[in-house]
Design a protein around this ligand. Structure first.
Ligand SMILES: [Zn+2]
Length: 231
């Protein structure tokens, strides 16, 4: 009988994933700590996340973008289909360095969308496919291996590869949104130099989580490539 545990879990190649998981956990704790620090530092101008986004959007001719509060912690995002900039409650109405930084970052995505920034368009184009593929990854792997379907591991390699490509494209999108955010905060003159430095630190920590996720995908591609060669 097929033994999934012998075949998969207890394989040495799982060791390849460990550095990625450590880096990902480290990046996550770094962003959590940065958010904890900078969400407690109020900005001197008293501007809120919502007002920050509103100013940056207006300065870029994007007054048609809606700014709305959304539930959840660090759930902030820009929705290109609905042209809505969603800010989590504490960033929407909060007036901290973190709230302003995050609002400016999401505004950076809205500006990318408004200007037709190519990596963002490419990312949005492949996002639905990659999302479906990654949902199906583990069911395919588990069922495929249990039923002894020969190409299962190869299919997993392609799915991991698709996720990796998606994350590679995400990197310039995220870094660019943050650099647009910092430039906008500087030109809008809403932060002091010290606050701007804090905003930069906050956004750098957030960007690291994307780098870590990319690393994890790369290691998964590597691992499953080795597994697929074995057969
Ligand atoms: Zn982003």
């Amino acid at each position: 009988m097929f033994n999934f545990a012998n075949y998969y879990y207890l394989d040495w190649t799982i060791l390849l994933i460990i550095p990625g998981i450590i880096v990902a956990m480290w990046a996550q704790s770094k962003v959590n700590r940065a958010y904890q620090t900078y969400s407690k530092i109020p900005v001197i101008s008293g501007i809120t996340g919502r007002e920050t986004a509103s100013r940056i959007l207006a300065a870029n001719g994007l007054s048609n973008v809606q700014i709305a509060p959304t539930g959840g912690r660090l759930s902030d995002n820009y929705n290109p289909r609905k042209k809505t900039l969603n800010l989590s409650e504490s960033n929407f109405s909060g007036s901290s360095v973190a709230a302003v930084a995050v609002a400016a970052h999401e505004s950076g995505h809205a500006i990318q969308h408004g200007k037709g920034y190519f990596p963002l368009n490419l990312r949005n184009l492949i996002a639905p496919v990659v999302s479906i593929a990654s949902y199906m990854l583990w069911p395919i792997l588990i069922l495929g291996l249990m039923m002894g379907f020969a190409d299962t591991i190869s299919i997993a390699v392609y799915i991991f590869l698709a996720i990796f490509v998606f994350q590679i494209i995400t990197l310039p999108v995220e870094f660019n949104a943050s650099s647009r955010a910092l430039a906008a905060l500087q030109s809008e003159n809403v932060l002091t130099d010290e606050e701007l430095y804090g905003a930069k630190k906050m956004l750098e920590a957030a960007a690291l989580t994307y780098v870590a996720a990319t690393l994890v995908s790369l290691l998964n591609v590597l691992r499953f490539s080795i597994l697929s060669r074995r057969r």
